[in-house]
Design a binder for this molecule. Structure first.
Ligand code: PEP
Ligand code: MG
Length: 846
């Protein structure tokens, strides 16, 4: 009868059991029953039923107990919708009482019977009666009257006798588990793991397989792959005369499963049972289409399967498991692609410290987010952003982080905090961003007001000093440790190749340096979608040449300075072309306000005066004259190209000469040249005419013919609105959603951190629009720009190269608009490839 009851349901082949109504464990047990595996009789209680019990209604104990023999011992386990959401611990041996004890003695022996009873008293006391577990601390487990001692301790503390009726015990267990789930702490914990506030709990009530007695009795846990790597390996332990997961405590009585040089095994003790267990586990893998951890018991040599749960796994193991299942024909390739959460790849994708390198460890803490990075110490989010704007890697050091620090974490290469644990703010955000992070580094003194940290050995590190954070091992190292690139194993490559088969939008990388380009290539970016050329001039020796160019006020001086810059620019670009081996590279002409290249402090001004052989006062005046009230809206981008045309001409020449160099070395490339911050078609016409002239000159000089593609960054609202005028002069548009967001909202990208938190908290913005593309406003401009651009020039290539280009949500939007590719920072390329593939597969399924 319970088979058809949706609330108290006997688990059979066709009972009405669902994950959303009874939880994952109940559903899994039904699947095991359908496979005819030896699963003990089990009743599933629905979420609604458990909720009623939590609210104070009595459990319908008659119906729950109906399928079980009168003296059958029972266990209760939680069954939430997602096992990761947790749940109260299982309670075993319900039904143990004085009478059961007598019955069990001839079967399992006096000592084992007493131990079962005592275990139940302990577990009932803590879980149901909520007594302090230490009331049993002083009792002697080997005493002959151990049961009497435990009962007495219980009665003293609870001020009532230990319940003897199985139904009464079960009511207590069910109520306490139901209430534990609905408590505030449990709710907050599971919500932190993504569970909805109202997530339900199911419970399963199962016949106990004792695991103790004559013949081979015991319990254990088995899985067929390693949780770390996903490689095939029989993992788990077995323990004779034990119950539940005792074997996993790996005490002296726990043995290996498979024959093992290190000690005895289940295979030695009960070879047939072991063989059978492997067959059952294999069947679970192929029929449940998943790597399962199987909890089993032996009773007189006979196997019982008590439970199956998805094998816990690292991201690396998750990839290998999905790929192996597909290679074995258990799931389709596309399903393997769908099984990996794109952001989980972050765990696989990070640089690590070279294992051969010597480590100068100056502090340790919790390894909160994998990967390693080095950078200069900064003590605030604002400094981190300023550092990123200068193109300088930094490590954000805080006592602990809070939401105001998120923008700083985006800008930093690593984060280090004094306080916090694996689920602290810095740790959670760090993992989300793929940012190496060590938290709780309390071996070091954090003197944040004085802007210094002190190592246990007394060494002091100040703002600006370089350290390395190893988020994989929880270490802080002095200086910049040598790094090795992420290990991308064969399973990862296979999964990504399947993703690429399914994907219908291109993925390129934003890369300015040879390192970036190598990472991009390593992650199989299809090209470079944005090379910010100004970033090629931030290094000290190059900066001087740049400054001389900025200070030249006579055309001859400027040409002389540009002649110095040309080879630097040409060689840097040629190097990118070489590394990218013929893949397209989109080079953006200078964008930032020139004064960004100038020194701001007195020492810097003095250095510059020296190198230019000028008076300090001259240099100071000129720097002041170049200052603007609002540089982000001032002499920037194409405005520079229009006002001082020689700069873009030099860059165009550098690009063409670099292309010829690379082609001569076997890396032919058709360069793409991109004009930043366009707002009017005339800007494009003027720049195009000049670049065409440079191209003609280079062709004649070198006696070689070549082509190039010209495009604009659509990053001002006007460019999007006037896309129809602009497109006829271009081969491509790349939407710069960073500036477009800034200008659409009228929101400074560098100052938004000050008020973003209250804005998001009060629901003014659903999210920070610099992180999550604002589909409604900025998205509207992308849509208009795309449509208007393509209406004038149908073959116009469209892309996004702002920070949003790497986020799965933005990629979905770009696909909807029919864009050709997205371009994002190199480490986000695999995430973008996988996310894009999943979108294409999902579309096919609809
Ligand atoms: C943008 O504005 O979106 C962009 C990619 O350019 P930058 O970040 O260099 O301004
Ligand atoms: Mg921009």
């Amino acid at each position: 009868m319970q088979q058809a009851d949706p609330e108290i349901t006997l688990i059979t082949d066709n009972a009405p059991i669902g994950i959303a109504t009874h939880g994952g464990r109940a559903k899994c047990l039904q699947r095991l029953v359908r496979l005819s595996l030896p699963v003990p009789t089990t009743i599933a209680l629905s979420f609604d039923e458990v909720h009623r019990i939590a609210a104070g209604e009595n459990a319908d104990i008659v119906r729950i107990l109906a399928p079980f023999d009168d003296d059958q011992l029972l266990c209760v386990r939680p069954s939430s919708e997602d096992p990761d959401w947790g749940g109260p611990g299982a309670v075993l041996n319900i039904g143990m009482n004085g009478a059961q004890l007598e019955k069990l003695i001839p079967r399992v022996g006096a000592k084992a019977a007493a131990r079962l009873y005592v275990k139940f008293i302990q577990s009932y006391s803590t879980h149901v009666a909520r007594l302090d577990p230490d009331i049993f601390d002083d009792l002697d487990l080997d005493a002959n009257d151990v049961v009497a001692q435990f009962l007495e301790a219980y009665e003293d503390e609870a001020e009532e006798p230990f319940p003897q009726v199985r139904g009464e015990q079960l009511i207590g267990v069910l109520r306490s588990m139901a209430r534990a789930w609905e408590g505030t702490t449990a709710r907050l914990l599971r919500m932190a793991k993504g569970a909805p506030a109202e997530a339900g709990l199911g419970l399963v009530v199962q016949s106990m397989v004792l695991g103790v007695g004559r013949g081979e009795c015991g319990s254990g846990v088995l899985q067929l792959v390693s949780s770390e790597t996903g490689m095939p390996q029989i993992i788990g332990r077995y323990q004779s005369q034990s119950q539940g997961r005792d074997a996993l405590l790996i005490g002296p009585e726990a043995v290996f499963l498979e024959k093992d040089e290190r000690g005895p095994s289940l295979e030695d003790q009960a070879p047939e049972a072991f063989e059978q267990l492997k067959v059952h586990a294999g069947l679970m893998r192929s029929k449940l289409r998943e790597e399962m951890q199987c909890e089993f018991s032996l009773d007189g040599g006979t196997i019982h399967i008590l439970d199956g749960v998805r094998v816990q796994r690292t991201a690396r193991a998750a990839v290998r498991i999905a790929v192996s299942l597909a290679l074995d024909g258990v799931i389709a390739q596309e399903e393997a692609v769908m099984r990996i959460e794109p952001r989980a790849l972050n765990e696989l994708l990070h640089r690590q410290i070279d294992p051969q390198a010597e480590r100068d460890i100056v502090g340790t803490g919790v390894a909160a987010s994998p990967g390693a990075a080095c950078g200069r110490i900064v003590f605030s989010a604002a400094e981190a952003q300023a550092s990123a704007a200068r193109g300088e890697a930094c490590v954000l050091v805080r006592r602990e982080t809070n939401p105001e620090d998120i923008r700083g974490m985006h800008a930093a290469s690593a984060a280090l905090t004094e306080r916090g644990g694996i689920t602290s703010h810095a740790a959670v955000i760090g993992r989300g961003l793929g940012l190496p992070c060590v938290v709780g580094a309390s071996t070091m003194q954090f003197q944040t007001r004085n802007k210094r940290i002190v190592a246990p050995d007394g060494r002091v590190f100040k703002a600006g000093d370089i350290i390395t954070v190893d988020g994989t091992n929880g270490q802080v190292l002095a200086g910049d440790a040598p790094m090795v690139e992420a290990v991308l194993d064969d399973a990862f490559q296979t999964l990504m190749s399947w993703a690429d088969d399914a994907r219908d939008i291109g993925v390129r990388a934003n890369a300015d340096t040879p390192d970036d380009a190598r990472t991009a290539l390593n992650f199989q970016a299809q090209g470079i979608g944005l090379c910010r050329t100004e970033h090629m001039f931030f290094e000290a020796d190059r900066l001087i040449a740049m400054r001389e160019m900025i200070f030249a006020d006579q055309p001859e001086d400027r040409s002389a300075a540009l002649a110095q810059l040309l080879p630097i620019q040409r060689d840097s670009i040629a190097e990118l072309f070489r590394i990218m081996q013929g893949r397209p590279v989109c080079v953006r002409l200078f964008d930032p306000p020139l004064h960004e290249f100038l020194p701001t402090d007195r020492a810097g001004l003095r250095d510059l005066a020296e190198s230019l052989n000028l008076q300090l006062s001259d240099v100071t005046h000129r720097v002041e004259a170049l200052g603007e009230y609002n540089p982000m809206l001032g002499m920037r981008g194409v405005r520079l190209g229009i006002t001082v045309p020689e700069i873009y001409e030099m860059q165009a020449r550098a690009i063409f000469e670099a292309m010829l160099l690379a082609a001569a070395e076997g890396a032919p490339i058709e360069p793409e040249i991109m004009i930043p911050l366009v707002s009017a078609k005339r800007e494009v016409e003027l720049v195009k005419t000049r670049i065409d002239a440079v191209a003609a000159a280079v062709r004649t000089e070198k006696g070689q013919d070549f082509g190039y593609r010209l495009g604009v960054m659509v990053e001002t609202p006007r460019a999007a609105l006037r896309a129809e005028d602009i497109a006829p002069h271009c081969d491509f548009f790349s939407f710069g959603t960073n500036d477009l967001t800034q200008m659409t909202y009228g929101l400074s990208r560098d100052d938004a951190g000050r008020f973003m938190s209250p804005y998001v908290q009060q629901g003014v913005f659903p999210e920070d629009p610099f992180h999550t593309l604002d589909r409604e406003g900025v998205g509207e401009l992308l849509k208009l720009g795309s449509e208007r651009g393509r209406s004038a020039r149908p073959e116009l290539v469209l892309s996004v190269c702002g920070e949003h280009g790497g986020s799965p949500e933005s990629i979905a939007f770009c696909r909807e608009l029919g864009m050709n590719y997205v371009s994002c920072s190199p480490f986000r390329v695999p995430v973008a490839r996988l996310a894009a593939a999943q979108l294409a597969i999902q579309d096919k399924l609809i």
